[in-house]
Ligand binder design. Structure first.
Ligand SMILES: Cc1cc2nc3c(=O)[nH]c(=O)nc-3n(C[C@H](O)[C@H](O)[C@H](O)COP(=O)(O)OP(=O)(O)OC[C@H]3O[C@@H](n4cnc5c(N)ncnc54)[C@H](O)[C@@H]3O)c2cc1C
Ligand code: FES
Length: 393
C-alpha cells in the first residue's frame, strides 16, 4: 500500500440559512426496509490496513432492489464459525453502486467474526448478507448549500466514507468536514481513498486526520480527542454555527464526549446523529436470542402477537422468564430480523401497535422513532397481558 501524506485543510465556512438545515432523517429515502438474508458471492477481499479488509459482494440483477441502500446504512453478515452461527453488522463503505455492496471489517482483538473475516474470507466464497438497514443517513434531495461534519474513530469511518462521498458527489454546493482519529498513520483505513476524495473536491472537503499516538505538525491533530481538544477544534477549524448536521461514529466514550461538547456549545441534539458499533459491554452481545424458554401449564403468561411479511402469529411467554419479544417471536418464525441482539444495530425494530413494553437498552432508535411507537424487539419486554407489534411498518 502506498504511503500517503495525511495532510489537513479547511475549505472555509459559509453561514447557512437554518431553514435549509437537514435536521432529521424524516425525508431520507430508504429508512426502514425489512431485513432479509440472501446468499451473495464475495467478489473481492482487499486489505486496507494490517488489521482491516474491504469485502465486496456481487449483487445479481434480481436482487438489485434489495440492496439499493442509502449512504450510512449497514448490513448484517451471517456465518457459522467453529460450529456457532454468528451475525455481525457492518456499515456500507461506498456510495450507492448498482451490482455490488462493500463493507470494511476491522479485526477486533479476540473478536471471532472480524478475525475470521480478516483471515479466512476469500473471493468466491458465499456468505449470507442481510438487506441494508439503519437510519444513520441524510436526506439526499436537500443537500444544496449544506455543510455536514463527520467525526469518526477507527472503523467508524465506514459509514462516513459512504456519506462523504455521496454528499460531495450529489450536490456541487454541499460541503463535508471529516475529523478522523486513529492511533497511528498505519491504522488509517481508506487512506488513499480519502486523499483521492480530497483531490477531487479540494474546496468542499475539509479532511483532518488526528493521530493519538503519533505527533503531527499541529498539536490540534496530535493526541487523543478530549474535551479540551474538541473545544479548540470548534473554535478554530469547525465553526458549529456554520454546520447543518453532525455525524458521529466511534467508541461509546468518544461519541458521548462529542455529543456533550457539541450540545454545550449550542448545537441542537436533533442536528447530531450517531452510530455505535458496540456499547463496550460484552455482557449484552447476543442478548437472549436462542435462550430456551419452556411454558409450563399454569404459568402466568404474556401474549405476543406480531406481523411479519403480512402474516400474523401469536406466541406466549411466561411472565417469570423475562423474555424479549424477539426471542419469543423467533420460536415460531425463525426469519424474524435481528443482528446484534444487544440494542445497538436497530435491525429488530418493530412498531408497537397495542399494549406496552419496557426497553432495557436503546442505542439505535432516534427520539422521533420512539415517539412514533417503534421499539427494539430484542430489548423489549411485555408489561401488559397482550402486546401487538408490527415488523412491516
Ligand atoms: C450498526 C453497526 C455497524 C457496524 N459497522 C462496522 C464496520 O463498518 N466495521 C467494523 O469493523 N465493525 C463494525 N461493527 C462492529 C461489528 O458488528 C462487530 O461487533 C465487530 O466486528 C466485532 O465482532 P467480532 O465477532 O469480531 O467480536 P466478538 O467476538 O463479538 O467480540 C467483541 C469484543 O468483545 C470481546 N469479548 C468477547 N467476549 C468477551 C467476554 N466474554 N469478555 C470480555 N470480552 C469479550 C472481544 O475480545 C472483542 O474485543 C458494527 C456494529 C454495528 C452495531
Ligand atoms: S438486533 Fe440489534 S438492536 Fe435488536
Amino acid at each position: 500500500m502506498a504511503a500517503r501524506n495525511l495532510g489537513s485543510s479547511d475549505s472555509g465556512t459559509t453561514v447557512l440559512d437554518p431553514a435549509q438545515a437537514v435536521a432529521t432523517p424524516e425525508g431520507a429515502p430508504a429508512g426502514k426496509r425489512r431485513g432479509r438474508f440472501h446468499t451473495l458471492t464475495v467478489a473481492e477481499v482487499r486489505p486496507l490496513t494490517q488489521d482491516s479488509v474491504e469485502v465486496t459482494f456481487a449483487v445479481p440483477p434480481e436482487l438489485h432492489g434489495e440492496y439499493d441502500y442509502d449512504p450510512g446504512q449497514h448490513l448484517a453478515l451471517r456465518a457459522t464459525i467453529d460450529g456457532r452461527e454468528l451475525r455481525r453488522s457492518y456499515s456500507i463503505c461506498r456510495p450507492r453502486t448498482v451490482g455490488s455492496v462493500s463493507v470494511a471489517i476491522k479485526r477486533d482483538l479476540g473478536g471471532v467474526f472480524s478475525s475470521w473475516a480478516n483471515t479466512e474470507l476469500h473471493a468466491g466464497d458465499r456468505l449470507d448478507v442481510m438487506s441494508p438497514q439503519g437510519t444513520f443517513t441524510t436526506a439526499l434531495d436537500t443537500l444544496d448549500d449544506t455543510h455536514i461534519v463527520g467525526i469518526a474513530a477507527g472503523s467508524g469511518i465506514t459509514p462516513l466514507m459512504s456519506l462523504a462521498h455521496t454528499v460531495l458527489e450529489r450536490s456541487a454546493t454541499s460541503r463535508f468536514t471529516l475529523v478522523y482519529t486513529n492511533r497511528t498513520a498505519l491504522d488509517v483505513m481508506f487512506l488513499d481513498e480519502l486523499a483521492d476524495l480530497k483531490d477531487k473536491y479540494p474546496a468542499r472537503l475539509a479532511l483532518h486526520h488526528v493521530l493519538s499516538r503519533q505527533t503531527r505538525s499541529s498539536t490540534l491533530l496530535s493526541g487523543r480527542i478530549d474535551e479540551e481538544k474538541l473545544r479548540l477544534m470548534l473554535a478554530s477549524i469547525i465553526r458549529p454555527a456554520a454546520v447543518d448536521e453532525w455525524f458521529l461514529c466511534g467508541p461509546f466514550e468518544l461519541v458521548q464526549l462529542c455529543r456533550d461538547t457539541l450540545e454545550s456549545v449550542g448545537v441542537a441534539p436533533e442536528h447530531i446523529r450517531f452510530e455505535l458499533f458496540t456499547t463496550g459491554e460484552p455482557a449484552h452481545a447476543g442478548g437472549d436470542t436462542g435462550r430456551p424458554v419452556i411454558v409450563a401449564a399454569g404459568d402466568k403468561t404474556f401474549e405476543i402477537e406480531f406481523t411479519l411479511d403480512g402474516e400474523s402469529a401469536t406466541v406466549t411467554t411466561p411472565v417469570n422468564a423475562k423474555e424479549s419479544i424477539l426471542n419469543a417471536a423467533l420460536r415460531v418464525r425463525p426469519d424474524v430480523p435481528f443482528a446484534c441482539a444487544g440494542g445497538v444495530c436497530g435491525t429488530c425494530r418493530a412498531k408497537l401497535v397495542s399494549g406496552d413494553v419496557t426497553m432495557t437498552e436503546n442505542y439505535a432508535l432516534e427520539p422521533d422513532e420512539i415517539a412514533r411507537g417503534y421499539v427494539l424487539t430484542c430489548q423489549s419486554h411485555p408489561t401488559t397481558d397482550k402486546v401487538v407489534v408490527d415488523y412491516d411498518v
